[in-house]
Design a protein around this ligand. Structure first.
Ligand SMILES: [Fe+2]
Length: 391
């Protein structure tokens, strides 16, 4: 009997290593472009209900615990049926919604804080590498949400489950790798939707509650200070929470630095890298060593490998640690500018259309197009791998 499981259940089984083999029936080029690290590729056509790829059942045991995934769940269902009925596998299940649903799976991870009253939650989008945040003021019951993606309910549930009233919504910048639902969410709760004032340089086609550089707004009684950190974009704004944690968006990651040539393209490219150098060394590097760096993304390779982080565990560093270990930070300006273009990963899928959507210039037809536009890893870092020196 073939079972159906959800993408969240697949996450739990991967965590528990509660399976023997995970097959992915998509075409090899799609598999190469983005996959779950544990998966093996066996191409199977859902429309023709036919095996296309190489498959030798002798390599497996009939009582192996087999899980199958694909793009949306359809061909995986067919291959699961084939494995059970034709090849006699006894324990077969397939993932409903496939990789589309995998890209919607979120983990909610608490980040330790110095102040008792402050609650910081990191929302990790396991299949895509996006990081969002909930800033909670326990005493007042107010909370703010930061960098909310299309998986809005993950953020709303995190607040509701802890009895928080959503008081503000922030975006660090106009994203290029995922569609923000910050505006819609702010409208739903009738609360301010914040971007840093410098985001107006990108001419967004909507009203927003601008936060000026160095202005502080309150979430309950938790101060959140806007720090203009241009480089990845002209409008990039980081948020310093209660003086102890900096939400850096795509400026600075645990293992790397934000790429600059998505907005600063062509002849502006080097200028963008110089702006990023200035931001890193004169805005963030001057902060106390203990300040936590809570980024907007973590790096995920096309092969589904996590770079220097572990899903479900807190993903952060500190100013002191990054300045001690990040090899790019140690470069002088000229070397830095050169390095920023040395081994750039390919650009986020459909990034120009995603930017247009986040600027309010383009409206995707429906949820399917919204999902399609952002499938795949985020690719917001300037390096494919880690820039952190081995101990
Ligand atoms: Fe970005």
């Amino acid at each position: 009997m073939v079972e159906t499981i959800s993408a969240a259940q697949l996450r739990d089984r991967i965590e528990a290593e509660a399976f023997d083999v995970l097959f992915d029936t998509r075409a090899p080029e799609d598999f190469e472009d983005w996959r779950i690290a544990e998966a093996e590729n066996v191409e199977y056509s859902g429309s023709d209900d036919e095996l296309i790829g190489e498959f030798d059942p002798e390599e497996y045991d009939a009582d192996d615990d087999v899980v199958v995934t694909c793009a949306t769940g359809r061909s995986a269902g067919k291959f699961a049926g084939y494995l059970a009925e034709v090849e006699g596998f006894e324990n077969v299940s397939y993932v409903d919604g496939g990789m589309e649903d995998w890209s919607l799976v979120y983990d909610v991870v608490p980040i330790a804080t110095e102040r008792e009253d402050l609650e910081l939650l990191q929302l990790q989008r396991r299949g895509k590498g996006c990081l969002g945040y909930l800033i909670g003021s326990k005493r007042t019951g107010k909370a703010a949400l930061v960098d909310v993606t299309s998986v809005t309910d993950a953020f709303e549930d995190a607040a509701a489950e802890r009895g928080y009233e959503i008081d503000r919504v922030f975006d660090t910048h106009i994203h290029a790798d995922h569609i923000s639902t910050g505006r819609e969410l702010a409208a739903k709760y009738d609360v301010p939707y914040h971007l840093g004032e410098p985001a107006s340089t990108r001419d967004p086609q909507f009203e927003f509650d601008a936060v000026e550089p160095n202005e502080t707004v309150e979430v309950g009684d938790v101060p959140v200070k806007a720090i203009h950190t241009p480089g990845h974009t002209t409008g990039m704004t980081s948020y310093l929470v209660d003086g102890e944690a900096l939400l850096t968006g795509d400026t600075l990651f645990v293992e790397s630095i934000g790429r600059t040539e998505l907005q600063f393209a062509g002849e502006d490219a080097k200028a963008g890298a110089r702006v990023q150098y200035e931001t890193l060394h004169h805005k963030i590097g001057t902060m106390p060593d203990h300040v936590k760096i809570l980024p907007g993304h973590f790096s995920l390779t096309n092969c589904g490998e996590y770079v220097d982080v572990e899903p479900g565990m807190p993903m952060f560093s500190t100013v002191g640690e990054i300045w001690a270990k990040n090899e790019i930070i140690g470069l002088d300006e000229e070397e830095f500018v050169e390095h920023m273009f040395d081994n750039l990963p390919s650009k986020p899928p459909n990034y120009e259309r995603v930017i247009e959507t986040n600027l309010g210039v383009y409206e995707p037809e429906d949820d399917d197009e919204r999902t399609e536009l952002v499938l795949g890893p985020n690719r917001c870092a300037a390096t494919e791998g880690s820039a952190i020196a081995d101990d």
